[in-house]
Design a binder for this molecule. Structure first.
Ligand SMILES: [Zn+2]
Length: 64
């Protein structure tokens, strides 16, 4: 999820709603926003994935 805001000069900023990091500012076009958002590696999502994996490893070792 990303939050896009428009600047007074018509350019855009985009911010990730998961980690609240500003990914880009003063971007001119929608295409560029799409490209930048796709390339954002979200630390929050990475952390959530890591925790989920650790949990599944922990539950496996408990059942053994
Ligand atoms: Zn993020």
């Amino acid at each position: 999820m990303y939050s896009r805001t428009q600047n007074e000069n018509g350019s855009y900023n985009t911010r990730c709603l998961d980690c609240f990091m500003t990914i880009a500012f003063c971007v001119e076009t929608d295409e560029e926003l799409d490209r930048l958002e796709v390339h954002h590696v979200c630390p929050e999502k990475a952390l959530a994935g890591l925790l989920a994996r650790e949990k599944s490893i922990a539950s496996k070792s408990l059942s053994n």
